[in-house]
Write a protein that binds this ligand. Structure first.
Ligand code: DGL
Length: 286
């Protein structure tokens, strides 16, 4: 049985860093490998087949780097690809390695909604791919059946954020537009919670807070996913015992390193030093 295993974090690009930041804060002792598929980001508008293929390639790469537990930090990839990866691909391609695990972000997020109390209405903002998959609705029917969950795709927010537009008139316009669309579908006063189910959206929190009434609780995923990973490791000592603890983080990007470095400062913080960063350019670009 192998020891010295790392935890892999996979994302379509930079967004997963908003989740990873919290994982690293809560569980700093472990070794991590982060792969951001920046060359093929965003996944939000891509087909089910493309997202599945890209996610499988990313997960394969992370297994090769010695990861045994992988968190798919991207909502779109979790929504589109995780079920096929867990239920078919892992059990065939990696049937001789039954201890490998790939976990996503949707289930822990939905489970946290279950704690909000009965008869709440939660509005979910996410990419087109996540919304179309209905994965959050499906998970909510099992793990938060008392929550009335409604969804809205906000396809223009990711490109704005990746262009560095985190405040100002342009962002304010689109946040207002999406809020008004949400409210016109569901009476605004009935919305109790706004769930930001996209890795990028927490970066717009100050702008979103300006538009969304104070009584609406805004939920982001970083702390939820980090807490759920901690809980998973406590419940699975057989996995936890295999993890190496040298406090090391290796970052890989499928596109230019300087671009990754630049955006990583926005998605994490200036204090998060990206000391080990390499490009991996083996994947076809479509
Ligand atoms: N990481 C994606 C998500 O959380 C957003 C960016 C993308 O579309 O690839 O859904």
């Amino acid at each position: 049985m192998d020891q010295n295993c790392k935890i892999g974090i996979f994302d379509s690009g930079f967004g997963g860093l908003t989740i990873f930041k919290h994982i690293k804060e809560l569980l700093p002792e472990y070794d991590y490998v982060y792969l951001g598929d920046s060359a093929r980001t965003p996944y939000g508008h891509r087909s089910f087949e493309a997202v599945l293929k890209f996610t499988m390639e990313g997960v394969d790469f992370l297994f090769e780097q010695g990861c045994r537990l992988i968190i798919v930090a991207c909502n779109t990839a979790s929504a589109r690809a995780l079920r096929s990866i867990q239920q078919q691909w892992l059990t065939t391609k990696y049937q001789d390695y039954p201890f490998l695990r790939v976990l996503g972000v949707i289930r822990p997020t939905v489970e946290s909604l279950g704690g909000l109390g009965q008869s709440k209405t939660a509005l979910l903002w996410a990419t087109m791919g996540t919304v179309k998959s209905d994965s959050f609705l499906l998970e909510a029917s099992h793990h938060a059946p008392d929550i009335h969950l409604i969804q809205l795709a906000c396809p223009l927010l990711v490109p704005l954020i990746e262009a560095g537009e985190l405040s100002g008139d342009g962002v304010a316009y689109f946040v207002k537009k999406y809020w008004q669309e949400s409210v016109s579908r569901e009476r605004g006063e009935l919305i109790d919670v706004l769930l930001l189910a996209c890795t990028h959206y927490p970066l717009l929190l100050p702008e979103i807070r300006k538009v969304v009434p104070d009584r609406v609780k805004i939920v982001t995923q970083g702390e939820i996913v980090a807490g759920s990973l901690k809980d998973y490791l406590q419940r699975h000592p057989e996995m936890e015992k295999r993890l190496s603890r040298a406090n090391r983080v290796q970052y890989y990007t499928t596109d230019r390193c300087d671009h990754f470095d630049h955006l990583a400062k926005i998605f994490m913080s200036d204090n998060d030093i990206i000391s080990e960063l390499a490009i991996i350019d083996r994947f076809a670009h479509n």
